[in-house]
Design a protein around this ligand. Structure first.
Ligand code: FMN
Length: 483
């Protein structure tokens, strides 16, 4: 794997991927381990053992592999060692570095693992123009600028910072000669860089770029949605997905009950569950009757009805500890029993309660005043009214926030997706309770997070609003009142 005679020597070198480790067993076996995968070599022999130890420590080039193996076991063992290297590479256990004249240009870092996890090679078309893919992203990873695409399992580390300039030049489009000039390398090396960037789908041809932008299915996807989707599901990549307790060693877990030190809370009447059981329609009737109702009655919801609704939707009891974190129970299921969602009623009209923003303390069953009515409350209400196509302002907007640190303490890769799933489950719970109580429910697809952050004073990186729900008393014409 070196350049043509007389041309620049293009060398490839390899090392064990950084999220894997090599374990030496007492029986002499060697095991490669990554979060979700492992590969054991029962009797590696002296040469292959030395090779794996070198790969785990640093970059190793083809020439060095030959030298290492022939020195230890003789010339005849070089080929089997080369085959092992190729197999590890094909199964994505190795990172590959491309160098020209001992200058490291780029690192190919796989995100998948196992047979078939590498993308098919896509050599560049000589003379064609290449553009930065709409799905390419740049990020800082372990001290290096890394380019990745949601459409590939191979990422590209810019071992040479000039490669960043090639990527920037590829926004309008680059040809091999521009790449050669920008990197200061001969044409053959520039072609090789283009091969690698095209294979990793960081660069695409003009035709591919247009297809990404104009043709189904890619035209439908925004890069950020596709990225979140892929990262939050397993398969196609080997990154950790699930309850890894990733923050356990670094931060203390947040308690189940949201701390409050804002002054006097409004204690809520406890609903009488026996009376409710008699008054409620049958479950089958509630499910059959559930509808979105986009209008509220002139007479506002009384406080005790709001209290009953909140209790039946969100009341929380602590049930103990799991993995070092407090977990709870609510009327609806929640990922890991973590229950990161909180409800903040923005009350415009409620009999027995001043207008303003409150937090529902679901453990203590009380409303904690957060903010009096202000300009941000007007904006929040106006946005919600428009989103719900309400003929008049809603009586209440229940803003649902996520205490993200509770979930992100435990889950890796999938936390945000889990929060949105939990919000969907809570939404259905609120629909069913509102229907059983004869109230008017309406979920919203989006709310004004900035207005909520301003009004509540909550840091949107700590407790962002993630869902919104309109609730009020139902007009008699819409079948209002307890059925
Ligand atoms: C996640 C979610 C988001 C919604 N967003 C809105 C919205 O922004 N505005 C609105 O008027 N209705 C919204 N709805 C209500 C749906 O339009 C409604 O559920 C759907 O049309 C079916 O009607 P039904 O609920 O009466 O059965 C939403 C519902 C859900 C579950």
């Amino acid at each position: 794997m070196s350049g043509a005679v007389g041309g620049p020597p293009i060398q490839d070198s390899y090392r064990l991927r950084r999220d894997a480790e090599l374990r030496v067993g007492e029986d002499g076996s060697l095991t490669l381990r990554q979060t979700r995968f492992q590969l054991t070599l029962e009797h590696p022999g002296m040469g292959r053992r030395a090779l794996l130890l070198r790969l785990a420590a640093d970059w190793v080039g083809d020439v060095e592999v030959g030298r290492l193996i022939s020195g230890l076991e003789g010339e005849s063992r070089v080929l089997p060692a080369q085959l092992l290297l190729r197999r590890l590479l094909a199964h994505s256990w190795l990172e590959r570095r491309v160098q020209v004249d001992d200058r490291a240009l780029l690192d190919l870092v796989p995100t998948g693992l196992g047979r078939g996890s590498l993308p098919e090679s896509r050599p560049h078309t000589p003379g064609a123009r290449y553009r930065l893919s709409r799905f390419a992203t740049l990020q800082h990873e372990r001290g290096m600028l890394v380019a990745a695409s949601s459409l590939s399992t191979l990422t590209v580390g810019c071992a040479d910072a000039t490669l960043g300039a090639v990527l920037a030049a590829a926004v309008p489009g680059v040809r091999p000669d521009t790449v050669a000039r920008t990197l200061g390398v001969p044409a053959e090396a520039a072609g090789r860089v283009l091969d690698e960037l095209a294979t990793a789908r960081i660069l695409v041809t003009d035709t591919e770029f247009e297809a990404e932008r104009d043709d189904a299915p890619l035209a439908y996807w925004s890069p950020e949605e596709l990225r979140l989707h892929q990262r939050s599901r397993a398969g196609g990549h080997a990154l950790p997905v699930g309850g890894t307790y990733r923050m356990r060693e670094r931060f203390a877990p947040q308690p189940l009950r949201r701390p409050y030190d804002g002054g006097r809370a409004v204690e809520l009447p406890l609903p009488d569950l026996a009376t409710i059981a008699k008054a409620d329609p049958a479950f089958s009737q509630v499910v059959a009757d559930r509808r979105t109702v986009r209008d509220h009655d002139g007479a506002p919801l009384p406080l005790e009805r709001l209290a009953e609704f909140l209790y039946r939707s969100q009341h929380t009891t602590a049930v103990g500890e799991a993995g070092g974190q407090e977990v709870g129970h609510r009327p609806y299921p929640g990922g890991g029993g973590v229950y990161e969602l909180e409800i903040y009623p923005l009350v415009a009209r409620c009999a027995g309660l001043d207008p303003g923003l409150y937090h529902y303390d679901a453990v203590g069953h009380r409303l904690e005043p957060v903010a009096v009515w202000g300009a941000a409350a007007d904006r929040l209400l106006a946005y919600a009214r428009a989103a719900g196509a309400m003929p008049r302002p809603p009586q209440t907007v229940l803003v649902v926030t996520a205490r993200v640190q509770r979930l992100m303490w435990k889950y890796e890769g999938m936390s945000y997706a889990m929060i949105l799933k939990d919000a969907g489950v809570l939404t259905q719970q609120m629909y069913l309770v509102a229907t059983a109580m004869g109230l008017a429910p309406c979920a919203l697809g989006a709310g004004d997070s900035q207005a909520f952050a301003e009004l509540s004073g909550l840091d949107p990186l700590v407790e962002p609003s993630v869902a919104d729900f309109l609730l009020g008393s139902r007009r008699a014409a819409d079948g209002g009142g307890r059925p």
